[in-house]
Unconditional design. Structure first.
Length: 204
């Protein structure tokens, strides 16, 4: 058992198999309806990506950043060379997956334009569209911050992939400060984002 769970790939495969068995059970009880299944499936992928994205965002802000100053200076290079770059890989691609699957889901459910215009195209008549739209805009801003502000500046600050070997210490510090600020902005936005998404499904 310990050997099985020591391998992340085995763990993920087992989780997927369990999900497939649950799907087979669902089909056996209810039958297969493509109209309801595909929006559900895309929403599931959207949620999986979102959990990883926000989870890593909160890891950086609640665990990594506050704890790093307490790490002895001689041990910090391992964090910047190995752990943070790996976390940033999953961080930025889960952000991409979240927004792509979210847009596909909104299109499948017929509210993409209503949400992104905050229901302006229908005269602001549907509060649910406004609610989900606010959440989608927060998510879009956060995605932009990840890909165009946090990730590029972290590449500079940590010299990821050896792209910036000659960058001065001052430039690295400035890049780290910019990445950290927008990471904090995303942490702030994640709270009303989750409120808007949950509210759209429950109180509108």
């Amino acid at each position: 058992m310990a050997a099985f769970f020591s391998d992340l790939r085995n763990t993920i495969i087992a989780g997927v198999i369990i999900a497939i068995l649950l799907f087979i059970l669902y089909v056996g009880i209810q039958g297969f309806d493509a109209t309801t299944f595909w929006p559900f499936f895309i929403r599931w992928l959207h949620v999986i990506c979102g959990v990883m994205w926000i989870g890593l965002l909160w890891y950086f802000n609640f665990v990594s950043t506050p704890t790093t100053p307490q790490i002895p200076a001689e041990l910090r290079p391992a964090l910047g060379k190995y752990i943070t770059p790996a976390a940033l890989f999953w961080f930025r691609w889960s952000a991409m997956g979240t927004i792509v699957f979210g847009i596909i889901l909104a299109q499948l459910n017929g509210y993409l334009l209503q949400a992104y215009t905050l229901d302006a195209i229908e005269g602001f008549a549907v509060p649910k569209s406004i609610g989900i739209g606010v959440g989608m805009w927060f998510g879009t801003i956060m995605w932009f911050n990840v890909w165009f502000l946090i990730w590029p500046n972290q590449q500079k600050a940590l010299n990821i992939g050896n792209k910036y070997p000659d960058l001065s210490a001052e430039a690295k510090a400035a890049a780290a400060k910019t990445a950290g600020m927008f990471s904090r902005i995303n942490t702030m936005l994640s709270i009303p984002l989750l409120f808007s998404m949950v509210a759209a499904q429950n109180i509108y």
